[in-house]
Design a protein around this ligand. Structure first.
Ligand SMILES: *Cc1c(COP(=O)(O)O)cnc(C)c1O
Length: 409
């Protein structure tokens, strides 16, 4: 029988080569586990870069989607539907914000925040038309559209895609003084990730976001936090900004908001800011569609009791203890953890890249992915069992010890 996944060397792939995935072809998933086309099972410790915070096919999310499929899936925003206002109420309630604007992908949510901030700058702050600037951070990841790559300092993401959208000032991450120096009367927003995910779970010092909050407040500048990866439970709080008691003016959400079933994103924040986007000035055919709203409402229901956030804190303590031990043993150069999220820098002295380590882990049934060459990111579903988490960490320990033994030879 011809295996669907097998590409014969005679027939080149019809798929564009913009990804270099691990050599695994998945066909099914349930909870924290996925199965490949050969029937091998793997523990998913990447969880769709936090899009799968509730695991694969969470029963409550699948049930909500199935029920909605039998009712209404799309209206476009030309007509209202009965889940739009409930979604806005639910997500703003969960996040302690005032207003929601629904989109689909994360990049679109960031683009929406950029547009809202610019329009607010012209309409409210009085910035001369076309002069608005936004301060962003080195190492950031905000998406792959032409404007979001214009906010990036990563040559892989940027190079070859110019001309770039003007109006961004890129300053070092976790450096509040650099932000202060970059803000002037044209600055409409400071837009950063509260913790940089794609960069390898980079956690700024605890006074960074509070200082940005103060700088923005005194200069009448919007603080926009991109919580597309850090938000919705990953860090042990609903939003990562809660860890340091900061409230953004606008926050972008995505990934987990769609429960791993479909793309759902949003900008939430201040009513007076989002209100600058009047009818006709912004929109999306699929943004806030009934199917997306049904799933996102079920996501909010999962997060409302706070159990999953507590779980991320409790399992996160176990994750930290074990990854710190790997650093102490000399098997990792550094481990950065927050909630159920870890950026692990492999030890270059062991002579192996993050990629090689993730390949070895995959061969032993643990899926994760390297980022920026020498960093592994662990972001298992928040629903993972403690036993499964320890299985992943046992396997990681065994693989790193094996690498160390080989390097010693
Ligand atoms: C993933 C991500 C995005 C982009 O989301 P897409 O859905 O891939 O467009 C933006 N910002 C952050 C912080 C992300 O992690």
């Amino acid at each position: 029988m011809l295996d669907h996944a097998e590409v014969s060397p005679a027939r080149p792939s019809a798929l564009a080569p913009n990804y270099h995935p691990l050599d695994v072809v998945l066909t099914a998933g349930e909870g924290s586990w996925v199965t490949d086309v050969r029937g091998r099972r793997y523990l998913d410790c990447l969880a769709g870069y936090s899009a799968l915070n509730f695991g694969h096919r969470h029963p409550a999310l699948v049930a909500a989607a199935q029920a909605q499929l039998g009712r209404l899936t799309l209206t476009s925003r030309a007509f209202d539907h009965d889940l739009l206002e409930p979604l806005a109420t639910a997500v703003t309630g969960l996040t302690g914000t005032q207003m929601l604007l629904p989109m689909n992908t994360g990049a679109e949510a960031v683009e929406t925040a950029v547009k809202a901030a610019r329009k607010w700058g012209y309409d409210v702050k009085g910035v001369p038309d076309g002069a608005a600037t936004i301060v962003v951070a080195e190492g950031a990841f905000h998406g792959r559209t032409t404007t979001t790559v214009s906010m990036s300092s990563d040559p892989d993401m940027r190079d070859g895609f110019g001309p770039y959208t003007p109006g961004f000032r890129i300053v070092p991450y976790a450096d509040a003084d650099a932000v202060a120096a970059a803000i002037d009367e044209t600055t409409v927003a400071v837009l950063v990730e509260p913790i940089q995910g794609e960069s390898g779970v980079i956690i700024p010092p605890p006074d960074y976001l509070p200082r940005l909050r103060t700088l923005c407040s005194v200069s009448n500048t919007l603080l926009v936090l991109d919580e597309i990866q850090s938000g919705l439970g990953r860090t042990g709080t609903t939003l990562a900004q809660e860890l340091v008691g900061v409230r953004a003016d606008l926050t972008t959400l995505g990934k987990a908001l769609g429960g791993g079933l479909l793309p759902v994103s949003a900008v939430v924040g201040r009513r007076d800011v989002l209100s600058v986007l009047t009818p006709g000035t912004h929109g999306s055919t699929f943004g806030g569609n009934p199917l997306a709203c049904a799933v996102a409402l079920a996501v909010v229901d999962l997060l409302t009791p706070g159990d999953l956030q507590a779980r991320a804190r409790e399992l996160g303590a176990e994750l930290r203890e074990r990854t710190d031990a790997l650093v102490a043993e000399g098997l990792l150069r550094a481990a950065r953890t927050v909630g159920l999220w870890a950026g692990l820098d492999v030890e270059p002295a062991l002579g192996l890249s993050g990629r090689a380590t993730s390949e070895r882990l995959a061969a032993r049934g643990i899926l994760t992915k390297d980022t920026h060459g020498s960093t592994l990111r662990l972001a298992p579903p928040l629903t993972i069992s403690s036993d499964d988490l320890h299985l992943a960490l046992d396997t990681l320990t065994a693989v790193l010890r094996e690498e160390a033994a080989e390097a010693g030879r």
